[in-house]
Design a protein around this ligand. Structure first.
Ligand code: KG4
Ligand code: ZN
Length: 356
């Protein structure tokens, strides 16, 4: 029997198994992360090796350094995830890996590592879309959450408003027409001289600042639920450079607060429009947030206020599950496995893999 035939047979049997444990690996950007997840919902272990120290010097992720660091770390991170779950590789029912989107070299390291392990151990391998992983972080945080719901996915590389119709089924409602929200945060942080990754640092600084210190432009877009951050970013950079040229001291907290406010207000506004449209057409929407930027304090506050005002249930991932981790990949993988979606050994990295 070929590898894939054997894997399909095992996957079929797993559909009725009571406890399905998946070992998942995530290497799409700058975290080497592995986790063991039971039935898509329960975290048995979740190990993250962050490469931030390696990239900080360069002010952003250096793809070659990321690939090499993943190669050096992935065996160790996987061993640790298995050990923390009290398991050997042979106890895992299936393996999962992020196959895209992300940095090609970083993805390839993980994909090849898991293809090797899956073949050697004779286990099914599930390919997972990284963004679907972010959405699934909510399933690990909220045991009662089930599709359908709306999800605002805001990360370093992506900003999407989607309808989650079912597990693994999405309809894209809106997206950024230029920069992703996290990318904009990172660039604004850089101009303030804050180290990479800047999003969390802007967020912390902003807590002490005046959000109305600097007026930033509000984009007018054709797409009803689309967002844009490049105009806000450019206006911010120009304002900061202007102050520097005039020799004025930078009120960093006020600047950070103004930028954060502009980004979060735009996200909240477009989300409100979508929620109201859904309500007007007789639906009772439920909203979830996902991705690194969903850890942002103001975004969480604005979304909580909005959902309270509209009486819409709001789900947000646990803070440590907002940014990249292996657990979210293991959760998404479970639902793909239940649909019989497996990879064969020709699985490749898909750096531009689409989500919806
Ligand atoms: O989801 P993620 O870990 O990686 C991608 O898939 O891109 O997101 C990382 C992004 C970075 O841009 C980081 O600056 C941003 O999320 N981020 C934040 C916060 N925490 C992480 N941005 C704003 N506020 C935060 N608290
Ligand atoms: Zn991510």
């Amino acid at each position: 029997m070929s590898y894939l035939e054997e894997a399909r047979k095992q996957a079929e049997a797993l559909k009725t198994k009571e406890h399905v444990r998946i070992l998942a690996l995530e290497t799409s950007c700058d975290e080497t992360a592995a986790a063991v997840i039971e039935n898509g919902r329960r975290i048995l272990s979740n190990v993250i090796f962050s490469q931030i120290d390696l990239h900080e010097l360069y002010g952003g992720v250096v793809p070659e350094i990321a690939s090499r660091a993943h190669m050096e770390a992935c065996d160790r991170v996987i061993d640790e995830a298995l050990a923390k779950a009290g398991m050997a590789l042979s106890d895992a029912d299936a393996l999962a890996v992020t196959c895209g989107p992300g940095l090609v070299g970083a993805l390839l390291t993980g994909v090849n590592c898991m293809k090797g392990l899956a073949f050697a151990a004779g286990k099914p391998l599930i390919p997972v879309n990284h963004i679907e992983g972010h959405v699934s972080a909510n399933f690990l945080t909220h045991s009662e959450l089930e599709p359908p719901f709306l999800c605002l996915v805001v990360s370093g590389g992506h900003s999407h408003l989607v309808q989650v119709l079912d597990y693994g089924e999405y309809r894209l409602m809106g997206q950024t027409v230029d920069d992703a929200a996290g990318e904009a945060f990172d660039k604004a942080a850089r101009v303030l001289g804050l180290p990479y990754p800047g999003g969390p640092r802007i967020d912390a600084l902003a807590e002490e600042g005046d959000p109305h210190f600097l007026r930033l432009p509000h984009p007018k877009l054709d797409g009803r639920y689309d967002v844009s951050f490049s105009g806000v970013k450019t206006a911010f950079l120009n304002a900061v450079h202007g102050m520097e040229q005039r020799g004025e001291p930078l009120p960093k907290a006020d600047l950070a607060a103004s930028f954060r406010h502009a980004v979060c207000s735009q996200l909240a506004e477009k989300t409100e429009l979508l929620l109201r449209d859904q309500m007007e057409s007789g639906k009772r929407p439920v909203l979830a947030l996902a991705g690194g930027v969903s850890a942002n304090r103001e975004l969480r506050r604005q979304m909580s206020t909005l959902c309270e005002r509209l009486s819409v249930p709001l789900y947000m991932p646990r803070l440590d599950l907002c940014t990249d981790n292996g657990a979210m990949i293991g959760s998404a993988a479970y639902y793909r496995l239940m649909r019989g979606e497996l990879a064969d050994l020709s699985l490749n990295a898909m750096p531009a893999l689409r989500f919806a």
